[in-house]
Design a binder for this molecule. Structure first.
Ligand code: S3P
Length: 164
């Protein structure tokens, strides 16, 4: 089976769902943010601080090219769809958009200090979600709305929708 990609805004549950899905389907899980940190030996936060978002996006694109293409669940960073070539790549695969409302995201991430874009006071996060929405939809072959659902419910729904 070709690898399955999870996309969605920060706080939509990509990492949690990827891990649970991997465990259920007995597939390895990869996380582009973790791979970036390992490959470049820097925390995401520090990449943003030192080199800025543009460089982070270049790293992210490079890493997307390096993920295991077979039998893997891939959790991606929320901004992966900001790079048009990444959208093209995602479209070639089974890509699941975890669609989550602004209210749920805001509640989940309030107090979060680890995400550079979430913590950037100059960024209107709600506007960013709306701006990205079309790109998530374009990149995805499956859309799962996560609002009000448990991890188990979401994973079960995904399993019924994917080609195994
Ligand atoms: C980003 C989301 C983060 C991480 C980076 C940029 C974004 O991943 O890739 O901080 O642009 O939305 P999560 O979606 O896992 O928070």
């Amino acid at each position: 089976m070709n690898s399955i990609y999870l996309i969605g805004f920060m706080g939509s549950g990509k990492t949690t769902i990827a891990n649970r899905l991997g465990a259920k389907l007995h597939l390895a899980v990869q996380d582009t943010d973790k791979m970036i940190e390992l490959y470049y030996q820097m925390k995401i936060k520090d990449i943003f601080l030192k080199y800025g978002e543009k460089t982070f996006r270049e790293y992210e694109q490079e890493i997307l090219g390096k993920v295991e293409k077979i039998n893997c669940i891939v959790s991606t960073g929320g901004g992966i769809i900001e790079t048009p070539d990444n959208v093209l790549e995602l479209k070639k695969n089974q890509t699941i958009y975890l669609q989550t409302s602004w209210e749920v995201i805001m509640n989940r991430l309030k107090g979060d200090t680890g995400r550079p874009i979430w913590n950037n006071q100059d960024v209107d996060k709600q506007a960013l979600l709306h701006k990205r929405e079309g790109k998530y939809i374009e990149a995805a072959s499956i859309i799962v709305n996560t609002d009000g659902k448990s991890t188990n419910q979401i994973v079960t729904e995904i399993i019924t929708l994917i080609d195994k």
